[in-house]
Design a protein around this ligand. Structure first.
Ligand code: SF4
Length: 206
């Protein structure tokens, strides 16, 4: 089976380091250090400037490929759960993530989120079962559908902050969602595996 591109090779690890070239890790640049991590020669915590959570986030990404399902390249829509999932007992201060209701998308996202005890609300918008990239092509992930999902899940009553994190591949609907719903939208990474680094301050190890 030919596998789909999950964009894991496009993660820019460098942007999550200080990039000050302090060489305390024994390498002449952060870039060299990242290459050493990828090759397994160094561990993230060998950089003394990386916090415990961020070092853990780097490690999660290194291992995530072994945990993910094999996603076929050519896939018909695979509708799965729509609506709200509450992970790790979220409260009114917890983050709200948005994604599509494709079976593989949901498996991948929940696999990544299971690597932290940080609480989240996740809303799986009805994208007719399309993955996020295909939903953008077929226009089944739209500002209108996000608005409907917010209303159907009654998430407004559960959180204080009006802020959503949407997948990086859906960045083009950010402004539309903000205009239609009044919620602030943060564009997350293209690859779900990058979420631990994107939110490394709160990515608390189990
Ligand atoms: S110690 Fe950390 S911040 Fe300094 S050069 Fe190495 S990787 Fe970069």
């Amino acid at each position: 089976m030919t596998s789909a591109n999950l964009y894991i090779d496009e993660i820019n690890f460098l942007k999550y380091l200080n990039k000050n070239g302090c060489i305390q890790c024994g390498f002449s640049s952060c870039e060299e250090f990242i290459n050493a991590i990828i090759k397994g020669i160094k561990k993230p915590h060998d950089c003394p400037l990386i916090s415990r959570n961020k070092a853990y986030a780097f490690e999660v990404i290194q291992k995530i490929k072994d945990l993910w399902p094999d996603v076929p390249l050519l896939m018909h829509p695979r509708p799965a759960l729509t609506g709200l999932v509450e992970l790790n007992t979220p409260d009114s201060g917890s983050l709200v993530l948005i994604s599509g209701n494709n079976e593989f998308t949901e498996q991948i996202l929940l696999t990544v989120l299971s690597t932290t005890v940080c609480p989240f609300f996740i809303i799986f918008v009805d994208t007719d079962g399309n993955t996020v990239d295909m939903a953008m092509v077929y226009q089944t992930l739209t500002a209108e559908r996000v608005k409907k999902a917010l209303q159907d899940t009654k998430i407004e009553a559960k959180v204080k902050r009006r802020e959503l994190i949407i997948p990086g591949l859906s960045s083009s609907i950010k402004d539309g969602i903000e205009k239609l719903t009044g919620w602030n939208v943060r564009v997350g990474p293209k690859c779900a595996a990058e979420l631990p680094l994107f939110m490394s301050e709160i990515w608390i190890p189990p």
